[in-house]
Write a protein that binds this ligand. Structure first.
Ligand code: FAD
Length: 264
């Protein structure tokens, strides 16, 4: 029998951009502003959406835009390009500028790029990919994530009605990863420090376990894949939350480069 390979839907074409500004928000997060004429027509309609960002290959010369082979992006020489998934944090359609917030975790291409990128350097983005639909009638929300989820968390909080009570839990790998979030009237924000040596997401999973979830609570959570799997099990098995009330997404995998996210 011949194995048939399932073809995947081709993602939106890459748009060339260049680095406009680079601004450290704290020692763990850098805001990179990307801009360019090809961002005309780009729109982000939902919070917690995603973009694929094509980065220059470390040590490589120019940015080479890959093509879609029906299953993945490949460079003309067959190598895999350096693509990472990020949250389109703020888009300014007048200036044609898109902000992304990149966690500086000390061992990844995007993390290193955020520290070294200079205005004028090329990149490209494809997207946006699907985001999250906030239920404006929900009686309460739990919003949880690690540092990679901070851009998405701010967007989800923006979209939840002011009168809705929201418990927010954010795990930081170092206490200097805390960011001053805008004021959200209904939100109670707690930062959780990951203990040295603990697996990523450990403090987040513990913090989520301590949150009381009134009937009908909606949950949005994102972070390290194994940690969010623990959170999922707690919500479904211990709390009996219906899946339809939750959106829990792995944003990265401990020990593996890239995020393998199929939904962008
Ligand atoms: C929908 C979606 C939205 C996302 N939004 C953002 C965002 O706005 N900002 C953001 O920074 N990330 C975001 N991420 C996560 C980001 O794609 C991954 O963290 C990615 O692996 C970072 O790439 P890198 O090149 O720095 O590290 P990689 O080269 O991919 O990984 C190298 C090593 O670093 C580890 N690693 C990766 N990320 C982290 C981390 N945060 N902390 C500690 N170790 C890590 C890996 O496990 C691997 O061992 C998002 C992911 C998804 C799926």
């Amino acid at each position: 029998m011949t194995a048939t390979r399932r073809l995947r839907r081709e993602p939106p074409a890459f748009r060339h951009v260049e680095v406009r500004r680079v601004e450290p928000l704290n020692p763990r997060m850098v805001r990179v502003t990307l801009g360019g004429a090809e961002l005309a027509g780009f729109t982000v309609e939902q919070p917690a959406a995603s973009v694929r960002v094509l980065l220059p290959t470390p040590g490589g010369a120019d940015l080479v835009v890959p093509s879609w082979n029906g299953n993945e992006f490949l460079l003309p020489d067959g190598r895999r390009p350096t693509i990472r998934t990020l949250t389109p944090w703020r888009f300014d359609p007048d200036a044609l500028e898109l902000d992304v917030g990149i966690v500086v975790h000390g061992g990844g291409v995007a993390s290193d790029w955020a520290l070294s990128a200079e205005p004028g350097e090329p990149a490209a983005i494809s997207g946006p990919g699907r985001g999250y639909t906030v239920d404006g009638d929900a009686p309460a929300y739990l919003v949880a994530g690690d540092e990679t989820a901070i851009p998405a968390i701010t967007q989800v909080l923006d979209a939840i009605p002011d009168a809705t009570p929201v418990e927010v839990r954010v795990e930081v790998a170092h206490s200097d990863g805390r960011l001053a979030l805008p004021e959200y009237p209904g939100a109670t924000v707690e930062w959780c420090d990951l203990q040295p040596g603990a697996p990523p997401g450990d403090a987040l999973a513990a913090a989520v376990r301590d949150v009381e979830l009134p009937d009908g609570t909606r949950v949005w959570a994102a972070g390290e894949a194994a940690a969010v799997q623990r959170i999922r099990r707690h919500l479904f098995d211990d709390c009996g939350l219906p899946r339809a009330q939750t959106s829990v997404r792995g944003y990265w995998k401990h020990g593996r480069a890239g995020d393998g996210d199929d939904d962008v």
